[in-house]
Every structure is written in C-alpha cells, then in structure tokens.
Design a protein around this ligand. Structure first.
Ligand code: ADE
Length: 253
C-alpha cells in the first residue's frame, strides 16, 4: 500500500513513521509513505501557500495553485489514485472506513492548515474528505497519521496476530472487553477469578458481557447497530438498558 502525503510540515511525520508497527510495515514492504512539501510548488518569490478569504473575515485560506501543482506533478492530472482531504468538514473516520481504505493500493492524503482550503480543491481535486472527530486541530497532519496507522494495521501480514483487527474495539460493533496480564494480584487488585478458571466457555461469556457493559457505559450509540443475541439483550437489561431509549453515555465515577 502506498500513501502520498501532501503537507506544509512533512517533517512532523518521520518520527512516528519510523517506530513500531509503521516501521515494521515499511520493512515488510507492506507500506510505502512518500512525503511532499506543498511549499515546494509555490512559485512566487515568497513561496506563498495561503491568502486572505474573499468576502472578508478572519483566518487564512490555502491557495489552490500550489496544491493542484503538487498533486498533479506527483500523481498525474487527474491524480491516478483517490485524494483524501483531511478536514473537520469531512465524513467521520470509522473502522468500517479504515477497512474500505485498506482495499486501495494507493491513496493520497492532503493535509489542510490555517482556517481551510480553497473550495475548488474540495470540488475538483479531492475525491473524499475525512474528519477524525468532532473537534478542530490546527492541521491535517495528525489526522493523516491516524489514517495511515488505522489502515496499515489491516494490511495482510502487518500484525503478528492476523485475527487481531477482527476482534478490535469497533470491528465487532462493540467496545473490547478488559484485558489483564501477570501478576494476578497487583497492589491488592486481583484479576477476575473467571480468567484463572481455565473454563473457556465461561471466559468467552464473561468477555462478551464485559464488552456489552463497557459499550453501554461509554458508547451506548453503538448498541443500536450491533448484532445482539437474546442473551446479550437479557444481560443488557440487567444493567438497565432499554432498547430504543435515548443514547447518552453515563459519566464514569
Ligand atoms: N483538520 C483539523 N481538524 C481536523 C479533524 N478533526 N479531522 C481531520 N482533519 C482536521
């Protein structure tokens, strides 16, 4: 899988790309990341990449010319792969979208900065727009890294345990159950006895229940699209869940 990343701050990517899973994925040749500085395509003497908005108002807007020039010179005109603009105005990234993106052999990620990018970039260059959450960052660089990481984990051979992405939080439609490792008691806090029982059916049942409990507590909105058995519903009802009631996460105490 190849990513071409277009940014005004390409230097911020290197450290993260050269550690852990992403480093390993590149060593395995499952992942290739090409970083491009948009400023290299700004042709005026000041290498200007932004300007004031037409119609007034505060903030700066990224100019179209350097961005079109950068993408078209690297990827052709029109670009030979999907171009994803990272913006808080995009569709919200989910695990399902990560699976979709992992099907492509090549993606371009365009990182906005300042207030926004000229709308002609959204209309005539980007083929998709993605947000990583309902909050505003100063630029699309962290969101681009989030996409690279979420997608790379799904590529064949990248994770040691090939079944891991299927069990992750969100992949199943529920949040994951709690995990414990040795020691069995730490500062007086014991792990649940069932995990030491050796009874795999009981452990699976406990994990399912904890997954449901955690989802109800933190992300009850997920329950309406999750595949729930009669046993799941019966358990959720013991926790006070009523299908169809308004969804508000409870505050953890
Ligand atoms: N750029 C600024 N904020 C963003 C967000 N939440 N998601 C994607 N790109 C962004």
């Amino acid at each position: 899988m190849r990513f071409d990343v277009f940014s005004l701050f390409p230097e911020v990517f290197s450290e993260y790309l050269n550690a852990s899973i992403l480093k390993r994925a590149q060593e395995l040749k499952a992942l290739e990341v090409h970083l491009h500085n948009i400023r290299d395509w700004a042709i005026d003497s000041h290498h200007t990449t932004d300007d004031t908005p037409y119609g007034g108002g505060g903030g700066m807007v990224m100019k179209p010319e350097p961005i079109f020039a950068a993408l078209e010179s690297v990827l052709g005109a029109p670009p030979s792969c999907p171009v994803i603009l990272l913006t808080p105005q995009g569709r919200l990234l989910t695990q399902k979208i990560a699976f979709e993106l992992a099907e492509h052999p090549h993606l371009a990620l365009l990182c906005g900065r300042y207030e926004s990018v000229d709308e002609r970039i959204c209309q005539h260059l980007a083929t998709d727009a993605i947000s990583i959450g309902d909050y505003v960052l100063s630029g699309g660089e962290l969101p681009a890294l989030v996409i690279i990481e979420a997608v790379t984990r799904l590529l064949p051979g990248v994770l040691g345990d090939p079944t891991a992405p299927q069990n992750d939080s969100h992949a199943t439609g529920l949040l994951e159950y709690p995990h414990y490792t040795r020691p069995p008691e730490f500062r007086g806090w014991r792990i649940p006895d069932v995990l030491l029982s050796g009874n795999h059916a009981e452990i699976a049942r406990w994990r399912r229940h904890e997954s449901l409990r955690r989802t109800l507590q933190n992300r009850p909105d997920l329950l309406k699209n999750a595949l729930l058995s009669q046993d799941d519903l019966a358990f959720l009802e013991t926790l006070g869940y009523q299908p169809g009631e308004p969804i508000t996460p409870s505050t953890q105490t």
